[in-house]
Design a protein around this ligand. Structure first.
Ligand code: 13P
Length: 308
């Protein structure tokens, strides 16, 4: 293991590469990454890095976002099969047709989409800035919001809007069990529930804090005296526990669980071995059709400007 970590760090230096990791990655990947963050932070770091190679340890759409922002750089992913159920729930041709059927609507898309969906979008959001960006539009603006219906419903409720929602969802966040969280709360009455807005509204109703991965982490860091039941992908517990070693974090279980926690199988495809191989071979590499990228970069840049 130590040899592998040494070899990755040497290759990184030799090739002027940077490793970006999402909070849902395996702990060993988070530990070797130059930066670990949420979707927004990963896009922000990609946009400003001076490295020649970006290795995106996350899922495919995160690599695409980096490539769209930095077309001249090589963007690598340890495993090309690391997809996203939410991005898959919004095929670009169907979404483009939906947009066409609703002229006069502003299109806001979650970052968990393909570059082709972003290409028919006015502004991209992440769960960190969705509320802020939606509220930057007038109250009576007609808005299409896709693809996550749970995040869309949540943003509608906190902004008192009625955005038209695409019917997509994340298979990990949809899976959290209300019954099992209620049971956990009975066993740990002092615990606060932290939930990601991609969870169903019945789970969000049980939450004390609703927020993006970065927001949930920040809350825990600022209030380490509490015990937490965490309803988002369990990879986030690695950073939470690192930053708050004394705090008890309990992963919220999904409906169907053998390990008691909820893991994204796509995120977990990335391993240290694959990270080493991908740096060595400079493959697999993310490519985006330049015409698509030219359109997709605008709504991403717009998001980065609003969130700066
Ligand atoms: P964050 O924006 O909180 O990192 O969430 C990303 C994600 O993929 C959730 O499924």
């Amino acid at each position: 293991m130590n040899e592998l970590i040494k070899a990755i760090n040497e290759l990184k230096k030799e090739k002027n590469a940077i490793i970006l990791g999402h909070y849902y990655q395996k702990g060993e990947i988070q530990d070797i990454a130059d930066y670990v963050g949420d979707s927004l932070a990963l896009a922000q770091w990609a946009a400003k890095t001076k490295a020649d190679i970006i290795v995106m340890c996350g899922v495919h759409f995160m690599g695409e976002t980096a490539k769209v922002l930095c077309p001249e750089k090589k963007v690598l992913v340890p495993d090309m099969a690391a997809g996203c159920s939410l991005a898959d729930s919004c095929p670009a041709d169907k979404f483009a047709q939906f947009v066409k059927e609703h002229p006069g609507y502003t299109v806001i898309s979650y970052v968990n989409t393909t570059a082709a969906v972003k290409a028919v979008t006015d502004v991209v959001v992440t769960s960190t800035n969705a509320k802020q960006i939606v509220e930057s539009f007038p109250k009576d603006e007609k808005i299409i919001f896709g693809p996550d219906r749970n995040l869309g419903n949540y943003i509608n409720s906190v902004t008192n809007r009625n955005m038209l929602l695409w019917d997509g969802a994340c298979h990990v966040h949809e899976q959290f069990s209300v019954e099992k969280i209620v049971e956990l709360k009975a066993q740990h009455p002092e615990a606060l529930v932290l939930a990601h807005p991609e969870c169903k509204s019945t789970v969000l109703k049980l939450a004390d804090v609703v927020g993006s991965t970065a927001a949930l982490l920040k809350y825990a860091v600022n209030h380490p005296e509490n015990t937490y039941i965490v309803a988002t992908e369990s990879g986030i517990l690695h950073e939470m526990q690192k930053k708050c070693p004394q705090t008890v974090f309990i992963p919220a279980p999904p409906n169907d669980s053998t390990c008691g926690c909820n893991e994204c199988s796509f995120m977990r495809l990335n391993t240290l071995e694959k990270l080493y191989e991908c740096l060595k071979d400079e493959s697999p590499e993310i490519t985006v059709d330049p015409e698509v990228a030219k359109k997709a970069v605008k709504p991403i840049q717009r998001m980065l400007e609003i969130s700066a």
